[in-house]
Write a new protein. Structure first.
Length: 285
């Protein structure tokens, strides 16, 4: 079967450089503005295509080592290209953050932006890893998204997907069951409410400060959101459908989003929190 352009894009999570301008990119300077002093080692978890590492290297000439951990081979390859000119100041590791192996670094700064929900429900493993890999005065800067959720635990992107599946003939009330049958956890369940997350973070870290802003996504047209969805979520939701329906699913997600844009002046809006964390006294390795 020939894949549509979007299906092919979703398989490799391609096009993120462009797509991330809609939402994720705004975390980058927000986080890096909180880096103080003269850091020597920074680790970015779920480093994607290396955008945060690139900006950090540019903003902090004192960095002798910028380390990225990422699961996607395609993203690592793109990051490698992007960061090549920094030579030995950059190390990229392929890693699954649901069970990260120890590495021989102690970092002044560890960052993780728009990633933690993908590690649900075993986030404690990466949190323990971070605690062990922070230098004694190191800081962990983390961003987390908190869309409102309904009684089924759906919200945020799940709502757009539910509406798109409705257009394809799947009744909205059967969507929670369909996701569950296919082992697709709703994103709004993965993200956890901010107070629940705070309790989890408190097991490992002291919350020095936190800030919240509203992430508002707007689009110019349906194609732009179709592209964003494929680059951000890949096949995650599309996998609940037969392969023959997936190209139409991606197009419909784009149309649903642009219809919301027309009706409400935006596609979505949700709080994002930035946490500044330090290892709890006595708990560093
Ligand atoms: C939304 S992107 C965020 C990328 C980047 N941090 C940013 O803010 O633009 C989520 C990233 O986490 C990575 N990721 C998801 N689950 C992962 C896992 N279990 N281990 C390592 N990386 C993972 C994805 O491949 C993707 O690059």
């Amino acid at each position: 079967m020939t894949l549509s352009d979007t299906e092919a894009q979703a398989r490799t999570l391609g096009g993120y450089d462009d797509a991330s301008r809609l939402r994720q990119v705004h975390d980058r300077d927000w986080v890096l503005d909180r880096v103080t002093g003269e850091p020597g080692v920074l680790i970015d978890l779920g480093s994607g295509i290396g955008q945060l590492l690139e900006t950090a290297l540019h903003r902090h000439p004192t960095l002798r080592l910028a380390v990225g951990l990422e699961r996607s081979e395609h993203r690592l390859a793109e990051a490698g290209e992007r960061l090549r000119r920094h030579g030995g100041r950059v190390v990229l590791h392929r890693a699954d953050l649901t069970g990260p192996a120890p590495l021989p670094y102690r970092a002044d700064v560890i960052t993780m932006t728009s990633v933690l929900h993908w590690l649900y429900p075993v986030e404690h493993r990466v949190l323990a890893w971070v605690r062990e890999h922070l230098a004694p005065d190191g800081t962990f800067l983390l961003t987390t998204y908190h869309p409102a959720r309904d009684r089924h635990g759906l919200g945020g992107e799940d709502d757009i997907v539910r509406a798109a599946l409705g257009v394809l003939g799947i009744p909205p009330e059967s969507v929670p069951g369909l996701l569950e049958d296919r082992d697709v956890l709703p994103i709004a369940t993965r993200t956890r409410p901010a107070d629940e997350l705070q309790a989890l973070l408190g097991e490992f870290f002291t919350v020095e400060e936190s800030w919240e802003r509203e992430a508002v996504v707007t689009v110019q047209d349906a194609a732009q959101y179709e592209h964003f969805h494929a680059a951000t979520f890949g096949d995650y939701y599309a996998s609940v459908l037969e392969p023959g329906l997936r190209a139409e699913f991606f197009r419909t997600v784009g149309r649903v989003a642009s219809e919301r844009q027309r009706r409400e002046g935006r596609v979505s809006s949700m709080p994002v929190r930035l946490w500044k964390l330090t290892a709890r006294p006595g708990s560093t390795a």
